[in-house]
Every structure is written in C-alpha cells, then in structure tokens.
Design a protein around this ligand. Structure first.
Ligand code: COA
Ligand code: AMP
Length: 629
C-alpha cells in the first residue's frame, strides 16, 4: 500500500477522528462540542460549538510563538516598481489598527464588508481586519464593472466598503472610485462608509462624509483585539459565477476553513511553517483567499502578494525573478500564465537567468492544464509540476497529487487522485458509477469536508437546487470527467454554461443576459471557444429583431462594449457575430455545444432533434468570417 492510500484509508475509516486530529493545528478559544453536526442533512456543520478567531490564528499566535520577526507578507509590484515587506509583528499591528478603523465605523461581528481593491498589501490587511472583528468580508475582483459590484452590494448588504483610488493594468490606470460610486448609485442597499486607499498613481475624489481616507483614518486608529467567533460563523462570502447573471454567494465558515487550509499546506503543498509560498493569483478569486492570504498565514509561512502579469511587467522572466528574489519554495499559478510565458520565452532563456535553487514545486490549477504546458514546465524547471483541481465552492484542493504525503507519478492531463476528505465519484445520468475511462458527472459524496460551502449566502434553496439535486446524497461539481484504471481523475470540462477564460470563471448565461438587453437583439447565444492562450474565450451570436436595418458591425461593437461595461473587461468578450438564425432542438433549446464544436473544428454528430440542419452550415460560414470553424 502506498502512503497516499494509507492516509486516504485512515480518513475513510474515521473521518471525524481524522479532522479532529487536523484541528489540533489550530488554536481554539473553546474546543468544539461535535466534530461534525449531521442533525440537519443536507446541511452539515464542522466543529460545532468550537470558538476561535481566524485572524488570531493567522497572525497573533505566530507573533506570540517566536515568529514576530519573520516575514509574513511580501508585496512585490513590478507594475509600480516597488516592494514592501511586513514581519508577522508588523502585519498584526497594521491589521489590528485597521480593525479599529472598521470598529469605529460601527462594524461588528456578523456585519458584512465589501472589499473592492487592486493587488496591494492593504487588500490582504482588509480581509484580516474583518476576520479580526468577526465581520464577514466579501472581496469583489477589480476587473468586474459597477453593475456586477452593485449586484453583490445588494446581496451582501455591507455596512462598509473598502476600496482604493485605482488599479494598475499594463496599459492603463483603472480608476476604481468612479466604478464604486456608480455601483453604490445602482444598488438599493447603501453602505454607511467607504474607506478609500489613495494610491500615488491616481488620487480619488472623496466626495462626502461617506468617503474616508484610509491613511488618515489609520493615523488615529485604536488597535482592536481579536473577537472570538463560532466555528460555524461565516468568515467570508465569495461570489462566483452561476448559470445566470446573479452570482452565487459562496459562504465560508471560520472553523472548518482554518482546519482544512492548515492541513492542506504540509499535506498537499509540502509547505511548512517558515517556508516561502507564492500563489500568483488575485485576492478577488478563491485562490487568492485561500493561498495568498489564509493558508500560508495560518501555517506561519511567508506569503507573496504580486501585482503584475506573467508577461509584460516587464518581461516573461518576472515570475522567476520573484521566486529567486524571495527564495520561494512553492509556487502556484494558472496554466494560462505559463502558456503566456512559454509563448514569449519558448526556450526558457529567462528561467536560466535566475537562481531558482529554493524552488521545489510548481502547482497549477484554475483551468484544465493541457499536457504541453505541463511537460514544457517540467522540462524547463526540472521540478515536480502538479496539476490539481478544485473550485470556489470547496476552497481547497479536491483532487491533487498530495506532495507532502507522497509524490505519485504524474500523468499529464490528469489532476491525480482524490485528496483525503473527499469521496469523489464519477456517475452516469442514472446515478450508477461510471467504469474506468468512462466520462460522467464528477460528484462528491456528502458530507463535504471542512472548508467546503455549508450553503449559499441567504439562499439555502439555491444551494440545494444548484448543487444537491442531481443525485441524492451527492454534491455536484458541475464538471465532467473520468477515472482511469489507476484511479487518476481527468477533468474534461463543465456541464453547465460556465466558461474558464484565463483562469477566470465566467457565466455565458450572464453575458447572454447583457446581449439580450440590446434593443436590436431578438435572441442570442454565447459559447466558450478554445483559445491557445486563455484556454477559452467567449464568442457571441446575435439574431436581430425583424426590421432592424443597421450596420451589423456597429451592433456588434455596441454589444461588446455593453458586456465590458456591465460585466467588466475580465470577461474578455471581444468577438461576436450577427447571424440569421440559431441552431435549436425542436423543443427550442439552443445547441450551444454544437456551435462550440463547429468553431473548434471538432467532429460533431448531427443532433437527432435539430430543428433545421441547414442552420449549422450557415453558422459554420459565419464563424469563418471571424477566423473560426
Ligand atoms: N482590474 C481591472 N481590469 C482588469 C483586472 C483588474 N484586476 N484584471 C484584468 N483586467 C482587465 C485587463 O486589463 C484586460 O483588459 P483589456 O481588455 O482592456 O486588455 C482584461 O481584463 C482581461 O485581462 P486578463 O485576463 O488579465 O488578460 P490579458 O490579455 O490582459 O492577459 C494573461 C493575459 C494570460 C497574461 C492573463 O490573463 C493572466 O495573467 N492570467 C493568469 C490568470 C490567473 O492567475 N488567474 C488566477 C486563477 S488561479
Ligand atoms: P473556480 O471556482 O473559479 O476556482 O473555478 C472552478 C472550475 O475551474 C472547476 O469547476 C473546473 O471547471 C475548472 N478547474 C479548476 N481547476 C482545474 C483543473 N486543475 N483542471 C481542470 N479544470 C479545472
């Protein structure tokens, strides 16, 4: 039996004992009454009755236990040419003061705070300050537009919003404050205060006594102690794309989250207290929450917060420069980023410029890692390159090669085996288990392990409808895939209308809602089409209302602009077409899957229920005009 099998079996034999043991790595104000409360299925709660504070576990306890002078956070920003370093003591002090600012605004345990910020150290501080006082943060990615922010404001109903004057993209400054003002204007719920970090690159106008200058507030702030919360109290809400324009508010609790993340660092990532860990993501995504902020700090590591891009800030060597400068041991990024680097530096010349002797493993996730990208990275870096699969909903890896338990042989194209804690199964539509190499729905048997979503924010019904109503007793991941004969899982794609653009999770349904609102559009479809850099990009198809006699290109440009303005530039919605008709089944369902296959030049079977097969030829011809099909 391999070590991995032994650990997996140990979990299987007694999950509660397994997680109770893992929970010993967390400091509790009061131990739990029950490891797992199963009294109200399908709602399961971990560490019920336990009391702790996540910020205490991430900062204060390390200061108290000999790590006060160790670096906790390094902010490395090639885009502004600056680096800032914070020891655990310094970070704790900054966060305690920021928590004092929030408290002075009347923020209390259970209140929500939205954080809409670029990748600056203060974004991580903001999250930790909320955790310190038991407030529930909800970080909104900076690449989302006002309307998306407004939807989240109305759902989370924050007392305060923390933001900054601007974000910095390679070709432009992104003024955040006007976007924030517009969002508050659009939303029904209004925050009582906004705290604005003025960045030197662009100042924001603070209009009323609602807007408070971050630096000014910090000058007179009184440090706030950690507020004990229940293990089952929410730590944060993170909105993620669903099948409609209304995102799902993923809830993360305090206790289970801390336990699972702390366990994952040594066991999945082979990273221990004192090591330097870098996740090249954004705090607006789950990877940023879990592996820029919480897991490394809960573990007593040094974490890196990077403001830049894999290429162009200034070059394709920047990732290797950061790893070398800060002695990074473990690095986590999206395959897209590696593809971008590989495109500019195919022979890895930039890699050879740096001393990467501390670099032990590269982890990739967020989208499917194509074998070429994995093999190229292995060849260039000569270290293990580990694909692993998870979701915003889980908050930590579901399937991985658990490097800290045992390094299993890598099979390119597969994310490896289920992480202890997850009973992953591939099911057929009738609920029976698929055989080896047979594609089916990837499901996780309930109860889910600690850190996974206990529900959706204020929406138990949607939680059940969206995740638990497919096969009784199972959570649906909405991914399709297969186990091979050795128990390795390959993830082949989503079963819903979510697409993955440069590692960013987006809803084509949400984009369709925007297009459908154009006054000339009668109906529309958006499909994700394979892209050699971003994995997938959205392409829109619009059928115009009868009698519309305008220039098609003008309408296309307006539609592209609408998606950019209403969802945000991150949607990367740059290609759309006016078509005469959309292919549908006789019952009226648009054949998006078939359109995707035509665009990707894949073989497709003529759907038996198609309304009019001639439409497929029309769509093929239309796609050729924009370089597809
Ligand atoms: N604030 C404002 N705008 C943002 C933004 C932010 N935080 N992040 C991205 N955008 C904008 C970009 O400026 C770009 O706008 P444009 O259409 O005007 O050029 C658009 O959103 C798309 O951005 P991006 O996805 O970054 O694409 P890109 O073409 O600029 O860069 C890559 C391509 C591959 C370099 C980039 O996608 C990348 O670094 N990917 C890695 C993603 C990642 O780490 N994801 C984390 C998941 S684990
Ligand atoms: P997110 O919630 O943004 O992390 O996106 C989760 C989705 O991204 C998953 O449901 C998958 O569709 C996809 N994904 C994440 N990691 C991988 C991976 N390693 N391989 C294939 N798909 C992945």
């Amino acid at each position: 039996m391999t070590t991995y099998d032994a650990v997996y079996q140990k979990w299987q034999q007694d999950p509660k004992a397994f997680w109770a043991n893992a929970a010993e790595l967390i400091d509790w104000d009061k131990k739990w009454d029950e490891v797992l409360d199963e009294s109200n299925p399908p709602f399961y709660r971990w560490f019920k009755g336990g009391v702790l504070n996540t910020c205490y576990n991430a900062l204060d306890r390390h200061v108290e236990n000999g790590r006060s002078e160790q670096l906790a956070l390094i902010y490395d920003s090639p885009i502004t040419n600056s680096i800032q370093k914070f020891t655990y003591a310094e970070l704790r002090d900054e966060v305690a003061k920021l928590a004092g600012v929030l408290a002075s605004f009347g923020v209390e345990k259970g209140d929500r705070v939205i954080i809409y910020m670029p990748m600056v150290a203060e974004a991580a501080m903001a999250m930790l300050a909320c955790a310190r006082i038991g407030a529930v943060h909800s970080v909104v990615f900076g690449g989302f537009a006002s309307k998306e922010l407004a939807v989240r404001i109305d759902d989370a109903k924050p007392k305060v919003i923390m933001s900054a004057s601007c974000g910095i993209e390679p070709t432009r400054l992104v003024p955040y404050k006007p976007l924030l003002d517009e969002a508050i204007n659009l939303s029904t719920h209004k925050p009582s205060k906004t705290l604005i970090l003025q960045r030197p690159q662009m100042a924001a106008e603070l209009q009323s006594d609602r807007d408070v200058d971050w630096a000014e507030a910090m000058k007179t702030a009184v440090s706030h102690p950690c507020v004990p919360v229940e293990a089952t109290d929410p730590l944060y809400i993170l909105y993620t794309s669903g099948t409609t324009g209304m995102p799902k508010g993923i809830v993360r609790d305090n206790g289970g989250h801390a336990v699972a993340l702390r366990w994952s660092m040594p066991n999945v990532f082979n990273t221990n207290p004192g090591d330097v860990y870098w996740a090249g993501s954004d705090v607006g995504w789950v990877v940023g929450h879990s592996y820029i902020v919480y897991a490394p700090l809960l573990t007593g590591c040094t974490t890196i917060l990077f403001e830049g891009k894999p290429v162009g800030t200034p070059d394709a060597g920047v990732y290797w420069r950061v790893i070398s400068d800060h002695s990074v041991k473990t690095f986590f990024t999206a395959p897209t980023a590696i593809r971008a680097i590989k495109r500019e530096d195919p022979n890895g010349l930039e890699i050879k410029k740096y001393d990467l002797s501390t670099f032990e493993a590269l982890f990739v996730a967020g989208e499917r890692c194509d074998p070429d990208t994995l093999l190229w990275s292995e060849k260039q870096l000569q270290i293990p390159v580990i694909d692993h699969w998870w979701q915003t909903e889980s908050g930590w890896p579901i399937v991985a090669n658990c490097l800290g338990i045992e390094q299993l042989p890598v099979k390119p194209g597969s994310a490896c085996k289920p992480v202890p804690g997850y009973d992953v199964q591939v099911l057929r539509p009738d609920g029976t288990q698929a055989g080896p190499n047979e594609i089916g729905d990837i499901m996780v048997k309930l109860p889910l392990p600690p850190s996974c979503l206990p529900t959706l924010w204020n929406n138990d019904k949607r939680f059940i409808d969206a995740y638990l109503s497919f096969h009784e007793g199972y959570y649906s991941t909405a991914d399709a895939g297969f186990f091979d004969q050795d128990g390795y899982l390959s993830i082949m794609g989503r079963t819903d209308d979510i697409i993955n653009v440069a590692g960013h999770r987006l809803s084509t349904g949400g984009m369709e809602e925007v297009l459908a609102a154009h006054s000339d559009v009668a109906e529309c479809a958006v499909v994700g089409v394979a892209d050699s850099l971003k994995g997938e990009v959205p392409v829109g198809f619009m059928v115009l209302k009868s009698g519309v006699d305008r220039d098609h290109q003008e309408i296309v440009s307006e539609c592209i602009q609408m998606v950019r303005e209403q969802i945000g530039p991150v949607a990367a919605f740059k290609q759309a077409l006016v078509v005469q008709r959309l292919p549908k089944t006789r019952s009226g369902k648009i054949l998006r899957g078939t359109i995707k296959k035509i665009a990707e030049k894949q073989e497709y079977r003529m759907p038996a229920t198609i309304d009019d097969p001639a439409i497929l030829t029309e769509i093929h011809d239309d796609l050729k005009t924009i370089g597809y099909g």
